[in-house]
Design a protein around this ligand. Sequence first.
Ligand code: ZN
Length: 274
Amino acid sequence: MLHFHKYLMVFTLFLALSCSKKEHNSFTFVQLCDTQLGMGGYNHDIETFNQAVKQINSLNPDFVLICGDLVNDATESSYADFKNIRDKFKIPCYCAPGNHDVGNIPNDSTLSFYRKTIGKDYYKIENKGFSFVVTNSLLWKEDIINESEKHDDWFKEILKSIKLKKQPIFIVGHYPLFVNDIEEQEGYFNLPLEKRKELLNLFDQNNVVAYLSGHAHKPLINNYKSIQLVSGEATSKNLDSVSDLGFRIWEVSNDTIMQHFVSLQKPFNENPMN
Ligand SMILES: [Zn+2]
């Protein structure tokens, strides 16, 4: 009888743990794109970024990812303004670099300025059984001596190590892989064709569930097999005439991964020249 009770207790504990584990694994996070202070008018972009922080705090996601172009001109002063607003998040905020942060063709001085002022340009975080690999997609866009190869080696290695843990992976970058068609020619808004295909193959082989990017200043929602490829609206300025400023909220559970857009609430200063 005593033994039976013991087994019952162990079984109940097992049930409780497996239930809580499932619940534990559902969470939300926010994808924020192109805060790019100075692109839609400096004061305007300060205001809209502040507004995004306010709304995101009230939604209380686990964390926020900014998919690059934190500022329009990377200087001590624009980054100080950026960090001032970013520090108002009540949740962790992780940044990826954009072309406006480290230059269209990054070099030693732009990369070291970013690393000194903002932090690492590529790294990995984990949340509730999911991995998030933040990349420096500029090093995919351009072949930078001493940097791109190192970044590629790190990327392959990190995917391999996460695969061993059987964790689903989100990849975070700045450049969309492609805009409309996987076979399209390389232009300002996508990655080189060969690199794009190499990455999609790597994603496919390593349990990548989504690739999040910015740079487009309008929504780009694509799929490759079951991998979601999502570039979101900016908070600074969009380049299409229909999208609101805002951010995307991702809802993640063991069974489904979905995202939707959230508009910035007005009033914020709508005249982008101010
Ligand atoms: Zn950009």
